[in-house]
Write a protein of this length. Structure first.
Length: 253
């Protein structure tokens, strides 16, 4: 039964490495990473970088994988990969045996986008910020990501994967997701047929407040896994704790 992992913005699939090492050491080998277009995977001509475009991309990928998964797929999303996971669970829950995601507060009615997201969503300002990011050297981007708590190797992989197309996709995705887009997504997910779900709550994530997690978990009848002291990149910072939560969840299905 495949465990499918989807990362976010502006990441590459290297972020899953530490967690996957732990999972494999515990006998879980059927691990699949999917890189969204513009974030470790090429963008095909005419493809729309939007919340809907990424949702449909992920549905297509899961439809292909599900042909060999009689009992469905266990989907795990991080950052915007979590947003795509929520969208698939709302639109095509039949593809999933279960799903697990972080960035829980994105589904809360009180959620407001963080400072960087708000800048990207603002015309002209967003273009200026992306232009500055693209102009940075790989060494400069690597140092920035290391400062966020990533390992040098993962930071370098992310830095090397960033280009003008990544920036274009960032702007398209965030501008298609201004509020109340996320609130409406939460409503669709709450109304969709339930699949077993795990909400991963790293308490020190600076982008999404942990205080919003409980309300969302209750609304979705989801299990809540609190990763005390972990930040945004919990799969790198505390892979053992994250593996404990995921394995416990999968074992209960």
């Amino acid at each position: 039964m495949p465990k499918v992992f989807v990362h976010g913005v502006p990441e590459v699939d290297a972020i899953w490495g530490p967690l996957h090492d732990v999972l494999r050491s515990r006998g879980i080998d059927d691990l699949v990473t999917l890189s969204p277009p513009g974030f470790g995977a090429p963008v095909t001509h005419g493809w729309e970088a939007s919340a809907t475009g990424y949702r449909d991309w992920l549905i297509e990928q899961l439809e292909s994988l599900s042909s060999g998964a009689d009992d469905g797929i266990d989907l795990v999303g991080h950052d915007w990969g979590a947003g795509h996971t929520y969208a698939v669970a709302a639109e095509r829950p039949d593809l999933l045996r279960s799903w697990a995601s972080d960035c829980i507060g994105m589904l809360h009615p009180d959620y407001e986008w963080h400072e960087a997201a708000a800048a990207w969503q603002t015309p002209e300002l967003g273009e200026a910020v992306i232009e500055m990011m693209v102009a940075m050297t790989s060494d400069e981007r690597t140092a920035t990501y290391v400062g966020f708590g990533l390992t040098p190797a993962i930071a370098r992989a992310m830095a090397d994967g960033f280009d003008a197309e990544t920036g274009r996709c960032i702007l398209g995705l965030y501008r298609s997701s201004v509020q109340p887009t996320m609130t409406l997504l939460a409503d669709r997910l709450a109304a969709a047929p339930r699949r077993p779900s795990l909400l991963i709550d790293p308490t020190e994530d600076p982008y999404v407040s942990s205080a919003l997690a409980g309300d969302v978990a209750a609304r979705l009848d989801a299990r809540l896994a609190t990763l005390e002291g972990a930040g945004h990149w919990w799969m790198v910072e505390c892979p053992e704790m994250a593996a404990d939560a995921l394995i416990s969840f999968w074992s209960s299905l």
